[in-house]
Design a protein around this ligand. Structure first.
Ligand code: GLN
Length: 491
């Protein structure tokens, strides 16, 4: 079999279990695919072929001894802010260009324990700040469906790798939409778990009250398998939920008849492309008529319009504190040409951070400074509470909330680069759930102008099971799942 890279993770696991091919063969197939399309896609900052082949050999031993679990031997792309012992971890930044971590993040430890195979460290916007992966210090990633377009961001490399067959599944991170929006742009499934569901131990921090790690896959089942692997309590992250986690895969085939779905009217405002709107209308029809849900389009979440402003105060404030550690003294890039410690620190940060990161640090420092703290930061926290309350009231009447994932399909590389506000607006539908700490998933729902469109399901706290259940039924009804982008007509 030559096109093993086309398989989903769960299909590959079945094939491995039945000894139709080995994990080494599967990994070689994916690495060949990487060689073939990476010049156009640039999904990775670092390809870890040697690590991958070694892990594949270990996985084959697990299959031979009958101890293989679902991710054994499955090629994974790992976003480059997920710390990996002995493998360079840059967070897309020049300031961490040569940072080789001395320890593993919790999520990578979990993947290793499961026998997964790391293909490489995926490209991303610097420190996860962006919606297009153009803010990577290592150059942009292209959308595998059309390489003149962005893949979304900040987990654009992770989503593009899965869409292009350069990995079967991936890990991304989501602070305000960074898993869901690139998943939508690349025609794959992406889940942002409840805040606290997945440990952030060993994740390069951006906005600590918002950051989450989550899975990306070509179908909902793969996302469930990945979540089962990475979720659960980890005492090394104080925000990690100590409750035992359910078996997420168990939810998939339950059907969703009778589920109550709310559609917030505030989300259907100007700025949404007509083609996206048509796909969302069609999705709601499928949920109601084909799958037997009740769909109420009169849900109102009036504070939604403030969510973007709240996010762009809280996230940069937290970022300005988190990024203070990059001083050129402890680790990473260091400019030592100046004649004083202060000068060296300034030069290191001046030369090590990109323009968007500096913009966020300045925004955050301003919002936290004496005299503005109450007017901006404290006010934003109060509005955050209002947003939470509105969601909680909604979940008394609905099981799930359904919205578009993004107002547009993938846009051209360069189109929004000089207009940060236009770039920020692309996250208008993903940010409210992030601000509230709620879980949300993006699932492909068809195409507009030949490009994938995603629909977002938002659930209440700890309801990832219900999200996956709905997403699985929806995916089956729509029939768009598990498509690989050919990239230049190969295969
Ligand atoms: N695009 C948003 C931002 O730039 C969200 C990024 C993210 O979720 N990491 O902050």
């Amino acid at each position: 079999m030559s096109d093993l890279w086309r398989l989903t993770g769960h299909e590959a696991h079945e094939g491995l279990r039945r000894r139709e091919f080995t994990a080494v063969e599967l990994t070689e197939s994916v690495l060949t695919r990487v060689l073939e399309v990476e010049p156009q896609v640039h999904a990775y900052i670092t390809v870890t072929a040697d690590v991958a082949l070694e892990q594949a050999r270990e996985a084959d031993a697990k299959y031979a001894s009958g101890t293989a679990t679902p991710l054994a031997g499955i090629p994974v792309a790992v976003k480059d802010l997920i710390v990996t012992k002995g493998v360079r971890t840059t967070a897309g930044s020049r300031i961490l260009e040569n940072f080789v971590p001395p320890y593993d993040s919790h999520v990578y430890e979990q993947l290793r324990r499961a026998g997964a195979v790391m293909v490489g460290k995926a490209n991303m916007d610097e420190f996860a700040m962006g919606s297009s992966t153009e803010h990577s210090a290592f150059g942009p990633t292209s959308n595998p469906w059309d390489i003149s377009l962005v893949p979304g961001g900040s987990s654009g490399g992770s989503a593009a790798a899965v869409a292009a067959g350069e990995a079967l599944v991936a890990l991304g991170s989501d602070t305000g939409g960074s898993i869901r929006q690139p998943a939508a742009f690349c025609g794959v499934v992406g889940l942002d778990p409840t805040y606290g569901r997945v440990s952030r131990f060993g994740i390069v921090a951006f906005g600590s009250s918002l950051d989450q790690v989550g899975p990306i896959g070509r179908d909902v089942e793969d996302v469930a398998v990945m979540l089962d692997c990475i979720a659960g309590h980890d005492p090394r992250d104080a925000t990690s939920n100590p409750e035992p986690k359910p078996d997420f895969r168990n939810y998939l085939a339950r059907g969703i008849e009778g589920m109550r779905i709310g559609v917030p009217k505030e989300y259907f405002v100007e700025g949404m492309e007509p083609g996206v709107r048509a796909r969302i209308d069609e999705s709601l029809r499928i949920l109601e008529q084909d799958l037997g849900c009740t769909v109420d389009r009169e849900l109102s979440l009036p504070s939604t319009e403030h969510a973007l402003a709240v996010y762009y105060i809280i996230a940069p404030s937290e970022a300005s504190a988190n990024l203070a550690r990059y001083d050129g003294v402890k680790y990473g890039f260091s400019d030592r040409t100046g004649n004083s410690m202060w000068q060296n620190m300034e030069d290191t940060r001046q030369g090590g951070f990109g323009v968007e990161v500096k913009r966020r640090i300045m925004l955050g420092t301003y919002a936290l400074s004496a005299g503005y703290y109450d007017a901006y930061y404290v006010k934003a926290q109060k509005v955050r509470t209002l947003i939470n309350r509105e969601f909680q009231a909604a979940f008394e009447r609905y099981d799930l909330i359904v919205t578009p994932t993004a107002p547009t399909v993938a846009f051209p590389i360069g189109a929004k680069l000089d207009d940060p506000y236009a770039m920020y607006l692309n996250d208008i539908y993903t940010i409210p759930a992030s601000v509230a700490g709620l879980p949300a998933i993006s699932v492909p729902c068809g195409e507009s102008e030949g490009l994938p469109v995603g629909v977002q399901f938002i659930g209440n706290f700890w309801q990832e099971g219900k999200l996956l259940q709905a997403a699985y039924a929806f995916e089956t009804a729509v029939g768009w799942a598990n498509r690989v982008a050919e990239v230049g007509g190969s295969g």
